[in-house]
Design a protein around this ligand. Sequence first.
Ligand code: MF3
Ligand code: CO
Length: 256
Amino acid sequence: MFFKKSGIEIKTKNEIEKMKAAGRVVGEILQKLSGIIKPGITTKEIDVFSEKYIRSLNMLPAFLGYNGYPATACVSVNDEVVHGIPNASRVLKEGDIVSVDLGVIYEGYYGDAAKTYAVGSISDTAEKLLKITEFSLQKAIEQILPGKRLGSVSCVIQKTAEDAGFSVVRDFVGHGIGRAMHEEPQIPNFGKADTGVKLLPGMVLAVEPMVNAGGYEVNILDDNWTVVTRDGSLSAHFEHTIAITENGNEILTKID
Ligand code: MF3
Ligand code: CO
């Protein structure tokens, strides 16, 4: 790969194929978790399932050991926004929502995605929060086209969330991804359309709306990882790794 002036790496087809191999595994796990997440399971079980799955394919969990992070998955319940640490005594119950964020490394290349699940039946507000957050990611992906500017991606996420009466987290952002989990550019979930860097074929972006039912402010718990909403409101998180192609984009972490 080479560096454009923006500092954003352009990946070759071969590199994108490796990222797709990593991303596919992330997508498969998130898909399989739909059948596993139910009242009574612990957040640790989600982590154990994910790590076993990744290692069975001779791939590596990307988060484990990253800045000292102690697990394979981030598992964040209800008012936890992101970076919740899996815990064998945290039992999911009917009505909870739970966000699972996973990264995989294949031959040095990264894939990163997240999804928020309903545990049993959930409140109407929670249902709407999940729908809107996933929809904001879908709308963002529609903006990821060669020649468009990054601000249009950020803007549509913010607009989709705020039009529904929700807010977007400011303190955490999406990111470029490749041979490192976090590359340039940063991708805020708020911004102005038609501003920022121009998107080009070969860029790969991890776009990750974090949407709160209440205010956008967050705190970090004493474990130095878990991010929670300051007002205790529910939060949802969806993420995909997306490559920009000559005439569109390709989701590398697709969930079938
Ligand atoms: N998707 C998150 C991110 O891009 C996951 C990082 S969790 C960490 O930052 F534990 F690895 F830091
Ligand atoms: Co990410």
